[in-house]
Design a protein around this ligand. Structure first.
Ligand code: F6R
Length: 606
């Protein structure tokens, strides 16, 4: 988390830095700050809260200078206040940082012996103090920064700026991503290429352990042990980096509404007109695979849990799913003839990346399903499957989730046909169902006004339960997660059949229970569980198709009608009412939908 940016430019740096930080605000919004060097002097401005506060401050206290660094923070060490906001400064050095310096306490103790004491509660300040210490000892700014990097343990993307140096910036990466942007006599660094897209489309990425010495003339890149290296400069697609709300009140609303379009795009990229599934190289032969291990975090892990139903039922391939933060330390054995599959919107989630690195060299195939093709997870996979969702800005994942599901479903179909578990006719039937999805999603979105009314009722609840069975069970979890994270209402999900084993004790007249139940082969069983809830005065919101509602809506508190859909594809479609419910509940409560408290979109720390 945290976004960093740097510029050695030919124009005033402050507005450029703020513009870039706007694009990085998804990484954290506890505070923001910039530092520039002007007439040889370092100066900085920092403000608590969102970037607009820094914008206001800069109106009253502008900061001149054509060289600068900037930061948007998701607090790890030290509360979110102005003192702890980046850039951190120690004497002639200013630093912005994304990551965690794990040995900062030891370093602080060492520095105290040299009379340097911290002014903040952060780990990052220690980096600036160390560099100052080396400069006090006579080192040049560059040598001091390099010596500092050698002392740091943990994860970092860093940019250093120095008093008296208007044409020098040192950037480094270990664990956290960092892009270098090449302009015309100008150079940039940023946590991602999107941040730099208004300035340049020529980007290179630092590799693990690299550091770079930047001047306006270019960048010299070195490996951690000081060997000069070339890192390929690529042209990034500027079209993919447009970020606006397109007339919607929130990015989340826009991203929910975009789903018919982006799902059609995903399908077009994976399924040819003649109905052939086409995956990028290298191809995997699933007939030689005995097991899939899927690892992810949050919403992406719920996409994996849904996919488990598909791979097991359709492809008869056993799947294990784990959240990355547990998987990486469990040291699980990775059997031969296995695929390790990692799902991540950002492709930078620290735990997922660490889990991938654990599997590298152990599993036969490392596969990832990612939205950002240049991300670390994509680059470190044998096979990276893009989801084609486009930039997702809202912190709560919506279109990325349904695009992840779509790619995973296509992959399950490919595996099933390679393993001889699907006839051609069955495969084509599934593909036909998938192709109906964009139109069905558009129909589901037509329920927006109805869902808004339901959400108004839900917004006064203190707790909400979500129930589902089969592949709708992970979706119940996704509905609960969405509601929690943006409306701050406590929500839990249970497999419908599990309710009577304990959680049913929670049911009373104050408990709304959202039941996700298409009229599938498990419908009658889910309806029985729903009756158990209503018998205890629970207020049921039944989400089902016309047939399901006509059979089972007597006595329910509210209903949301979905179009008919095949059993297998249902979780992708039913994501829409789950997302809309959370969205409208949050709007009714007046919470910050796109930037909910305590969260950040890209979680690059453990
Ligand atoms: C919830 C949400 C998070 C992410 C999780 C993983 O709406 O967005 O739970 O799904 O942080 O992020 P990625 O997919 O970037 O690895």
């Amino acid at each position: 988390m945290c976004g960093i940016v740097g510029v050695l430019g030919n124009h005033e740096a402050a507005p450029i830095l703020v513009e870039a930080l706007k694009r990085l605000e998804y990484r954290g919004y506890d505070s923001a700050g910039i530092a520039t060097v002007n007439a040889g002097k370092l100066a900085r401005r920092r403000a608590v809260g969102k970037l607009v506060n820094l914008g206001d401050l800069l109106v009253h206290e502008p900061l001149a200078g054509k060289s600068g660094i900037g930061h948007t923070r998701w607090a790890t060490h030290g509360e979110p206040n102005a003192t702890n906001a980046h850039p951190h400064r120690s004497g002639p050095v200013a630093v912005v940082h994304n990551g965690i310096i794990e040995n900062f306490r030891e370093l602080r103790a060492e520095l105290a012996q040299h009379g340097l004491t911290p002014q903040t509660d952060t780990d990052t300040e220690t980096v600036a103090m160390l560099a100052q210490h080396f400069m006090d000892g006579g080192m040049s700014a560059t040598d001091a920064a390099i010596a500092t990097l050698g002392k740091l343990h943990g994860a970092f993307a860093l940019a250093f700026l120095f008093d008296g140096e208007e044409d020098l910036m040192i950037a480094a990466r270990k664990g956290s991503p960092l892009a270098i942007g090449y302009g015309d006599g100008e150079m940039f660094v940023g946590s991602d290429a999107i941040a730099l897209s208004p300035m340049t489309d020529r980007i290179s990425y630092l590799e693990e352990g690299d550091y770079a010495i930047l001047t306006r003339a270019g960048a010299s890149v070195f490996t951690a042990d000081g060997k000069a290296v070339d890192r390929e400069i690529r042209k990034i697609e500027v079209g993919a980096t447009r970020i606006d709300k397109a007339g919607h009140k929130h990015f989340m609303a826009k991203e929910i509404a975009e789903q018919p379009t982006v799902i059609a795009e995903t399908l077009a990229n994976y399924i040819s007109k003649s109905g052939e599934i086409r995956l990028p190289d290298p191809q995997i032969d699933f007939s030689k695979v005995d097991r899939i291990t899927m690892v992810a975090c949050g919403t992406a892990s719920l996409a994996c849990l849904t996919a488990k139903y598909w791979f097991e039922q359709i492809a008869r391939l056993p799947v294990e799913v784990d959240v990355a933060s547990e998987f990486r330390y469990r040291e699980p054995p990775i059997p031969a003839r296995s695929v390790s599959l990692f799902v991540s919107q950002s492709g930078e989630t620290a735990d997922t990346l660490a889990a991938l690195r654990y599997c590298a060299g152990k599993a036969d195939n490392i596969v990832s399903v990612v939205n950002v093709p240049e991300s670390s997870i994509a680059r470190e996979s044998d096979l990276a499957l893009p989801i084609y969702a486009g930039v997702e800005v809202g912190v709560a994942s919506t279109k990325a989730f349904t695009c992840q599901l779509t790619v995973l479903f296509v992959l399950a179909l490919k595996a099933a046909s390679q393993r001889g578990e699907l006839t051609d006719a069955q495969l084509q039937d599934h593909i036909a169902q998938l192709r109906r999805l964009p139109a069905l999603m558009a129909e589901a979105l037509d329920q927006n006004a109805k869902v808004k009314e339901t959400a108004r009722k839900l917004s006064s609840a203190r707790d909400v339960l979500f129930l589902g069975r089969g592949p709708l069970y992970p979706l119940a979890h996704e509905g609960a997660l969405k509601l929690k994270e943006i409306s701050y209402i406590h929500a839990e999900a249970y497999a419908s059949g599990e309710l009577k084993h304990g959680p049913i004790a929670l049911i009373d007249e104050n408990m709304p229970v959202v039941v996700m139940a298409p009229r599938d082969r498990l419908f009658d069983k889910t309806v029985s569980n729903m009756q158990e809830v209503m018998a205890r005065k629970g207020k049921v919101i039944l989400v089902s198709d016309r047939e399901g509602l006509s059979e089972a809506s007597i006595g329910v508190w509210d209903t949301i009608e979905m179009p008919d859909v095949s059993d297998a594809v249902a979780p992708i479609l039913y994501a829409i009412p789950a997302q809309l419910l959370a969205y409208h509940t949050a709007v009714a409560k007046g919470t910050d939908v796109d930037q909910p408290r305590n969260l950040a979109k890209s979680v690059t720390v453990e």
